[in-house]
Ligand binder design. Sequence first.
Ligand code: ZN
Length: 318
Amino acid sequence: MENLKKVELHLHLDGSVRPSTIASILNMDEQDIRKKVCTNKDTKDLKDYLSKFDLPISVMQTKENLTRISYELALDLKQDNVIYAEIRFAPLFHTKQGLTIDEVIIAVLDGLKQVPVKTNLILCMMRGSSYENNYKVIETAYKFLNKGVVGIDLAGDEKNYPVDNYKDLFEIAKNKKIPFTIHAGEADDYNSIDNAIKLGAKRIGHGVRAIENDNTIKLIKENNITLEVCPISNIDTKIYKNIKEHPIKKLYDENINITISTDNRTVSNTTLNDTYKILQNTFNFTKEDFIKINQNAIKAAFISDKEKELLLKELINQ
Ligand SMILES: [Zn+2]
């Protein structure tokens, strides 16, 4: 699995900060940091899981730290043999100590470009944030579009903030031709996926609860939707009790375009290599299956057809 070339589409920067880095910045013990930022058996649900991001975000408030953390994540991607990744985060979370939203983006891009792995950014609007703040995210994505940023997302507390509340914002994104993905069908059920597709999302973050409804499966197929599946994270947020109960194989057998991501390397305490190994051992996914799944990821990436063609060649000729 280590040698297999991979593509990761659903990866949060703030959920993937190395615990050793947080420890060194705060001058604290790494094991204590791990207890605070990694999921454990007491994690109850998505809301609880999201509270694990507070500490990493607190150290991501200077250019220097943002650049370092992004550089280290790119190194971790290289370790997983990732040939392309889309890394996401909510830029406004990093302006608490005076950085401008543009400075945040530039600091992150500065870190990523130091490592020879192809990456782009997706900027997250947040469920529960004000219209004005989410609008700022769209404006910034538009300003940096195809200059390191390739799309936007909607993340956060799905259960309490339904996707329809953000309809006007996605209309603006559509008019500006900014590609988008939406977290849906994770903490909430298939209706949330249906609504995200109706708003025009071509990619769904998670989307696993589609398996609960035949019409949602049909809607996904008819609209050629790609699911960004993050199996380990789904266990951590208690959607499924264990990996055996996860519907990834059923979705794959339904011929749905699934992709595989970690979601959060640190909070979910995993790597892409580990995730592939767990899937291989649990569901007998073969190398050919994984190549097909990575082809799905390249086809759904927010990049040009020419870039996709090059990546597909690299994937097939491995
Ligand atoms: Zn996510």
